[in-house]
Ligand binder design. Sequence first.
Ligand code: HDE
Length: 717
Amino acid sequence: MRSLLYLPLIAGTAFAGSCPYMSGEMGKRDDAALQETTEKTEEFMGQFKLNDEQGFMTTDWGTPIDDLTSLKAGARGPTLLEDFAFRQKMQRFDHERIPERVVHARGAGVHGVFESYGNFSNITAASFLAEEGKKTPTFVRFSTVIGERGSGDAARDVRGFATRFYTDAGNLDIVGINLPIFFIQDAMQFPDMVHALKPQPDKQIPQAATAHDTAYDFFSQQPSTLNMLMLIMSGYSLPRSYRHMSGFGVHTMRMVTEEGDSKLIRWHWKSKQGTASLLWEEAQAINGKNPDYHRKDLWDAIKNGAYPEYELGVQIMDEDQQLAFGFDVLDATKWIPEELVPITILGKMTLNANPTNYFAETESIGFQPGHVVRGIDFSEDPLLQGRLFSYLDTQVNRQGINFEQLPINRPRIPIHNNNRDGRGQQYIPTNNYAYSPNSLNNGFPKQANQTVGKGFFTSPDRRLTGAFTRELSPTFNDHWSQARMVWNSITKAEQQIVVNSLRFEVSQVQSQVVKQNFVIQLNRISHDLASRVAVALVDVIVPEPDNTFYNSNSSAHISIFNTTLPTIKGLNMGILASTTSNASMAQAAQLSKSFAAQGLFVSIVAESLQPSVNVTYSAADAHAFDAVVVTAGAEAIFTGEKASPLYPLNRPMELIKNAYGWGKPIGAVGTGRKALDAAGIEQRPGVYFANGTSEAVENFKCGLATFKFLDRFPQDE
Ligand code: HDE
């Protein structure tokens, strides 16, 4: 049962060392090639845009009106019911909201273009993959899962990564997340899971957090959650940005060729920016100071031309490999190690246009795993099967039966069918014979099948037999082996992050029974892990090690922190300067130019918004920068020699202390070093003291690619 194929254990790699960042050229983009597809998207969406640049105010039915004041009986009299202008304005306002998504309520959407790297008709009949260079417009919505629409972006949570392809054969959605697995195996358990993870029903606390009793009660009672929970407690739940995370379709799906040959596949999005994560202390500060952190990052990056890119890939398996890897590939709580099934890259998506209107696009897009095109087929994964119902149902609940007609949901090709009427119908059907078969409309619309009309077809290899039964296959029974593999595959510093995260979370659980149950489950993953978490909990007994559960397998593709970024372009550099020193301001300008030449977004921080200063110390915070450098001449404001009412007490110092404490590269040029000395920050990996500006730039190129320096943090003995 717990017999995963053996993968050698890889030793954790140290984070310090020689500069890993070699190239400034990655992430280069060819704007002209994307332009045409983006223009078509703009043209399509343009049909629906309202233009208020000119014209008088009107009602929705076109009557010009003055709607600043209501109609009254005398200037001091009551408002009249007759006032249609008031009634309509207020009624439209009262109805502005639609129900927020029951999960994934908070998100950010963006338009993009997918480009196929080749002709993949040998594995799929999907037309968007039929030709090298073929471009397909896309829309992506990134999201957190548990928080409400107004919650903070930097919650410890899974991130949604849902992509719509507007292909020339209909819409295809890959409704994925930023980690390769899910909590549960059967869709029937989804409402239970969400009820347990959402805020507790009596007090609606905590918001966007799992650190509470019902969540950990569920995790300990439903051990299928443990594998995903291990990833969540490591770096996966705190991405640096939506640009710096990969995406996963999670379920096993099928690709089918024109000839009807099928393969099993799992979808992957590989971030070309690399993967990078925040630390928990930093994330908590962000949620207070900038709850829009991820939304803003994405918007700004696209506005400033740093278009995020993701490669689409698939793990391809034969139909008879369903049980070949020591687990069931229909089980969505298991990842398929890349060592066993490598990823075949199919193409690249570039996100290059912000939406025009949040509600009409990001809030109104209705994704569905059931939006498939010919050449893509489902599997029998019981989680996927349930999703095929749930998403359609939820879209109807949120937007009504004609939700597919909203501009963001419409396919970019004509539709023909006998669906009619309903609330919000936008079309005016001209065919009076809305039935098939018919003769009065010459049989149109005709049925499309595999041989005629390029119709959708299900893989002929799908064969189902079996007695009616309410059970999960015994091949879904093992919940601990891969959770153990996660523990084996991450570095010692990341293991400490998992331990610290769980100490934070479980110590907030009130029920002693839940805490005890959870530690029993942890012990099935690792006795070391269970013991270290239990240290922070009183009166919890750690069971003896149980070798029947343990393995020494690992994968090189799990760790987030043990990687370096392939590009530092689009990261944020903070230059700390002081207007009290001309030398500091001159150096800041010089550094700014050199860092910008590396593709970084640079901010000069100083006391007031003089020309060339981007942000004041009163508004600046360490979370806004991926690295900070102190200019020579600015040191006096850090050491307290020149405190100023222009910023809060301790602020410039707090900035470098937090940057250091959140594992960021940090440094100084020349005498700026005194600021770091005063903060007690010594030279070590990721701390750079440079004599001149060009040395500083070289240092930070390496430091930013490493991104986080975890060797700064204490580890359990
Ligand atoms: Fe979802 N999920 N989900 N989910 N999901 C929704 O659909 C659901 C699951 C995911 O940006 C809802 O339109 C069930 C797995 C994303 O608009 C809802 C089950 C994965 C998004 C729903 C799952 C996801 C959703 C809420 C278990 C990753 C946001 C609003 C059977 C592979 C899409 C909505 C967006 C949204 C149901 C499990 C990802 C209620 C029943 C597994 C990215 O229909």
